[in-house]
Design a protein around this ligand. Structure first.
Ligand SMILES: NC(=O)c1ccc[n+]([C@@H]2O[C@H](COP(=O)([O-])OP(=O)(O)OC[C@H]3O[C@@H](n4cnc5c(N)ncnc54)[C@H](OP(=O)(O)O)[C@@H]3O)[C@@H](O)[C@H]2O)c1
Length: 334
């Protein structure tokens, strides 16, 4: 319950706070000269309003938050009757996300290679009273991408949200890696999503509140040893998303980047090379269902970046504040 509200002056900016009387404020804000506003929530949500330049804070500040976005004050995005294409929908995050989207009223095109697993997801979605069309195929192949877009157009009548989720990794030092593992990782994690976006643009331009969601990784924001090719592919996807966001905004298409931390899924069983064991041991993993719910929430709230998991957010914050310390910590595992 918001009972108290106060204003103070901090370094030229007017500070305000809101929270239960007699406690630390749950929301804290700074009103900057020139109209900008920075808002901090106790649950680490950071929100900037106004021109970020006018806040003179630099780009890194917002990256520490769970959900980061320039809130334009526009309405939330509805998912009811929205036509959504999800790659990698047969397991893990993609599967959980597809089911969660259906719960929110979306109709789906599901893409993956395993027909039986994809069929199970479609059945679950049908039990929720929503439609799901399966496209079985390899997302790195142009023909699969064409069929997926055709399914959205012909079976669902268009496309409102494209979710590039299919991905693969490999573990082990770069110096010991087989040369053959670099390109397949980039084919699926980078070239396939970028080419699918190219193919989807004409449909998305005609969509309702169109959106592209690229599922990257926390390792696309801060790399770590033993996963060099994977980190590089996710950095490429994050960078591409950042680059095209202003271009696509002109066409009315939004871009959300999702950066999950370690998640319970088949990801570590499907490695191209190496085992799921890493020198720093088994990290805490978030359930795929939780990640799916958080992605749906970020979609509805029109976020630009979703960093999943408290540990991941703290890790990123530490890297932004003390990059030398993080480098030193990681050197132990080199
Ligand atoms: N799990 C984590 O800790 C974690 C952390 C950060 C980011 N991520 C990212 O999250 C995304 C989802 O991964 P996940 O954790 O849910 O792993 P997952 O359970 O292994 O799911 C991967 C999905 O991608 C599909 N896929 C793999 N290769 C494909 C191909 N060539 N063509 C089409 N589909 C393909 C798989 O289905 P088929 O085998 O049936 O084709 C599966 O549905 C990935 O981009 C991953 O990099 C995962």
């Amino acid at each position: 319950m918001m009972l108290g509200s106060r204003l103070a002056t901090a370094g030229g900016a007017r500070q305000w706070g809101e929270g239960a009387r007699g406690t630390e404020p749950r929301r804290l804000g700074y009103l900057f000269e020139g109209g900008g506003e920075l808002e901090l929530h106790s649950d680490t949500l950071i929100r900037l309003r106004g021109e970020p330049e006018s806040l003179a804070l630099g780009g890194g500040v917002g990256d520490c938050g769970r959900e980061v976005g320039y809130d334009c004050g526009m309405s939330r995005r509805s998912l009811r009757d929205r036509r959504v294409l999800v790659t990698g929908a047969s397991s893990g995050i993609g599967r959980a996300l597809a089911v969660e989207l259906a719960r929110h009223g979306a109709e789906l095109v599901l893409v993956a290679r395993r027909a039986d697993r994809l069929g199970e997801v479609a059945d679950e979605i049908a039990r929720l009273g929503r439609r799901a069309v399966c496209v079985v195929g390899d997302a790195t192949e142009e023909e699969t991408r064409r069929r997926a877009i055709a399914a959205a157009r012909d079976d669902l009548g268009g496309l409102d949200v494209l979710i590039n989720n299919a991905g693969v990794a490999a573990h082990g030092r770069f110096s010991e890696a087989s040369p053959g593992r670099l390109r397949p990782i980039f084919e699926l994690n980078f070239f396939a999503p970028v080419e699918l976006i190219r193919e989807a643009l004409p449909l998305l331009r005609e969509g309702r509140q169109p959106l592209i969601v690229n599922v990257g990784s926390i390792l696309g924001e801060r790399a770590c040893p033993h996963k060099s090719e994977y980190c590089a592919s996710k950095f490429a996807l994050h960078g591409f998303s950042q680059a095209v966001r202003p271009e696509l905004a002109r066409l009315g298409i939004d871009v959300l980047v999702v950066a999950p931390g370690p998640t319970e899924s088949e990801h570590f069983d499907a490695l191209l090379e190496g085992t799921g064991e890493l020198p720093w041991g088994d990290p805490h993993r978030t359930s795929a269902e939780t990640v799916g719910k958080l992605i749906v929430r970020a979609i509805a709230r029109k976020r630009k970046l979703l960093v999943v998991g408290l540990r991941s957010r703290l890790w990123l914050m530490l890297d932004r504040c003390a990059p030398g310390l993080v480098e030193w910590l990681l050197r132990r595992y080199g």
